[in-house]
Design a protein around this ligand. Structure first.
Ligand code: FAD
Ligand code: NAD
Length: 454
C-alpha cells in the first residue's frame, strides 16, 4: 500500500536537503529520498574537501614565501593530515548519520534508496511507494561527464571523488580539463609535490571567465611549476604498466601515475522516470519557471536546473521552491548576479556578465581594469599579490552588469561588486563612495577610474 505524505524530495544534496528540512520544519509531512549520502556531493566529495586541500596548499605556498620577507622557512609537505582532516572532520569517514539525525529531528522521514517517479505525485524508493499530496521535488544533482576520448571508458581514471579521498599522493597527475574542478585540485596537488600537467581544450584555463583571469591563472600555475597545455585535446587514453598514457590530437603522448578527468558535469536526469511526470529525461537540464516549477506539482532545484552548478545556487533555489510549495508570496529566482569563486590562489571571483557576454547581449559596454600588484595593498602584500579587478558597465544605464575580483581574498572582495550588480548601484555612486585604505577592495576605485566617462 502506498504511504501518503505532503511532499517527496528525491535527491538530498544541498538543494534537496534544504527544501526537505525547511518544509519539515514548517510542519509538512516530508519524505526525503537519498541513494548515497544525505548532503550530496558538496560536503563529501566536492566543495568542502576540495577547499580543505586548497587551504592546506595555501599554507604551504605562504610558508614558501617567508624568505625575503620575514626570515627563513623550510616547508615539508605531508598529505596525511589533509587526508585525515577530510576523513575525520569533513566527512566523518563518509558517514551521514549526523545529517540524517538533523533531518529526522526536524520531523522528516528519511528513505535510503534510489527514487523513481512512477506517475504524478508518485515515487518508489526503498521498496515502498509514496504518494505526495502537494507534489514532488527533483534534486538529483549532477555527475561527472567524460569526453568521447578513445579508450577513456576502459581505464581507471579519477574523478573528483577519488581526488578528494586519496590517502596517498601520486608522483604525477594528468588533469584533463582546466575548469574549476581541474585547477583547484591541480594546484592543491602540485603544492604537495605531485608533478601536475593540465590538459585544456580551450586557449586558457577557466575559459568561461574573463580572458584576463584565465590568462593570469595559466601564467601563475606555470610559474608555480605545473605544466599547462592549452589548446590541447586528448585523442586516446590507455593504462599500461601502472601508468596512464594520454595521446593528444597533436600525436604527443603524456604519461602519469594518475589521470583526473575534470571535463564538466551533467545533470542526473536518466533512469528517474521523469517521463511519467511529462518531463524529458534526455533534456540537457530541467526547465523550471521563476518559482522552480518544472510541471504542475513538480519542482526542481540545484544542478539539475542548469542555472549554475554551485551550492549557493541550489540553496537559493531551495528557498524559492520552499516559498512556492508553502504557497507564500515572494520574488522569483533572479540570476542576474550569480557570484562564483574558483578557490585557486589567486581566488578568481566573478559575478554577472563577462565583457564578451555583455557585448553579445548588444549592450554598449565600457570596461575598467586594475591590477592588484599596483595597488597600495598589493604592493605591501608583495609575494603572492597577483590579482585584478575588472568591471563591465552597461554604459547606457550607467550600472555594472558584471565584475571580476581575482587576487588574495578575491572571493571576499567580490561581495561588494555582487551587491553593485544585483542592486544596480549607479557607477556614479560607486565612484562617490569611500573605500578603506589600504584594502584589496580599493582596487575597485582604480578600476572605476579606468572605466572612462562619456
Ligand atoms: C570538486 C568540486 C568542487 C566544488 N566546489 C564548489 C564550491 O566550492 N562552491 C560551490 O558553490 N559549488 C562547488 N561545487 C558544486 C557543488 O558541489 C554542486 O553545485 C552542488 O553539490 C549541487 O547540489 P545539488 O543538491 O543540486 O546536487 P548534488 O550535490 O549532486 O546532490 C544530489 C543528490 O541526489 C542523489 N540522487 C541522485 N539520483 C537519485 C535518485 N534517483 N534517488 C535518490 N537520490 C538520488 C545523489 O546521490 C546526491 O546525493 C563543486 C563541485 C565539485 C565536483
Ligand atoms: N569553486 C567552485 O565554485 C567550484 C569548484 C569546482 C566545481 N564547481 C562546479 O562544478 C562544475 C563542474 O566543474 P568542471 O571543472 O568539471 O567543469 P567545467 O565545465 O567548468 O570545465 C571543464 C573544462 O574542461 C575542458 N574540456 C572539456 N572537454 C575537454 C577535452 N576533451 N579535453 C580537454 N579539455 C576539455 C573545458 O574546455 C573546460 O575548461 C562547474 O561548472 C562549477 O559550477 C564549482
Amino acid at each position: 500500500m502506498a504511504r501518503e505524505c505532503d511532499v517527496v524530495v528525491v535527491g538530498m544534496g544541498p538543494g534537496g536537503e534544504e527544501v526537505a528540512g525547511r518544509l519539515a520544519e514548517a510542519g509538512l509531512d516530508v519524505v526525503g529520498v537519498e541513494a548515497e549520502l544525505l548532503g550530496g556531493e558538496c560536503p563529501y566529495w566536492a566543495c568542502v574537501p576540495s577547499k580543505m586541500i586548497v587551504r592546506a596548499g595555501n599554507l604551504l605556498a605562504e610558508g614558501r614565501r617567508v624568505p625575503g620577507m620575514a626570515g627563513k622557512s623550510t616547508v615539508e609537505p605531508d598529505w596525511s593530515p589533509v587526508a585525515a582532516r577530510i576523513r575525520d572532520e569533513a566527512t566523518t569517514d563518509w558517514d551521514d548519520a549526523g545529517a540524517v539525525e538533523r533531518f529526522t529531528g526536524k520531523g522528516g522521514h528519511f528513505v535510503r534508496g534510489r527514487g523513481t517517479f512512477t506517475g504524478p505525485g508518485r515515487v518508489e524508493a526503498g521498496g515502498e511507494t509514496f504518494t505526495a499530496r502537494r507534489g514532488v521535488v527533483v534534486a538529483t544533482g549532477s555527475s561527472p561527464s567524460a569526453p568521447p576520448v578513445d579508450g577513456l571508458d576502459q581505464v581507471p581514471y579519477w574523478t573528483n571523488r577519488d581526488a578528494v579521498s586519496a590517502t596517498e599522493l601520486p608522483a604525477s597527475l594528468l588533469v584533463l580539463g582546466g575548469g574549476p574542478v581541474g585547477v583547484e585540485l591541480a594546484q592543491g596537488y602540485a603544492r604537495f609535490g605531485t608533478r601536475v600537467t593540465i590538459v585544456e581544450a580551450s586557449g586558457r584555463v577557466l575559459s568561461v571567465e574573463e580572458p584576463e583571469s584565465g590568462e593570469m591563472l595559466t601564467r601563475l600555475l606555470t610559474e608555480e611549476g605545473l605544466e599547462v597545455r592549452t589548446n590541447a585535446r586528448a585523442r586516446a587514453a590507455r593504462h599500461e604498466n601502472g601508468e596512464f598514457v594520454l595521446t593528444l590530437e597533436s600525436g604527443e603522448r603524456l604519461r602519469a601515475e594518475k589521470l583526473l578527468v575534470a571535463t564538466g558535469r551533467r545533470p542526473r536526469l536518466g533512469s528517474l522516470g521523469l517521463e511519467t511526470l511529462g518531463l524529458d529525461p534526455k533534456a540537457r537540464a530541467l526547465e523550471v519557471d521563476a518559482h522552480m516549477r518544472a510541471a504542475p506539482g513538480v519542482w526542481a532545484v540545484g544542478d539539475v536546473t542548469g542555472k549554475g552548478a554551485f551550492t549557493h545556487v541550489a540553496m537559493y533555489q531551495a528557498d524559492v521552491a520552499v516559498r512556492a510549495i508553502l504557497g507564500e508570496e515572494g520574488p522569483g529566482a533572479d540570476y542576474r548576479a550569480v557570484p562564483h569563486v574558483t578557490f585557486t590562489e589567486p581566488e578568481i571571483g566573478s559575478v554577472g556578465l563577462t565583457e564578451a557576454a555583455a557585448r553579445e547581449q548588444g549592450l554598449r559596454v565600457r570596461t575598467g581594469l586594475s591590477r592588484t600588484p599596483s595597488s597600495t595593498r598589493g604592493w605591501i602584500h608583495k609575494a603572492g599579490n597577483e590579482g585584478l579587478i575588472k568591471l563591465v558597465e552597461d554604459a547606457d544605464r550607467g550600472v555594472l552588469v558584471g565584475a571580476t575580483a581575482a587576487g588574495p581574498m578575491g572571493g571576499e572582495v567580490l561581495y561588494g561588486l555582487a551587491v553593485a550588480v544585483r542592486a544596480a548601484v549607479p557607477v556614479a555612486t560607486l565612484r562617490d563612495m569611500i573605500y578603506a585604505y589600504p584594502t584589496f577592495h580599493r582596487g575597485v576605485l582604480d578600476a572605476l577610474a579606468d572605466l572612462g566617462r562619456d
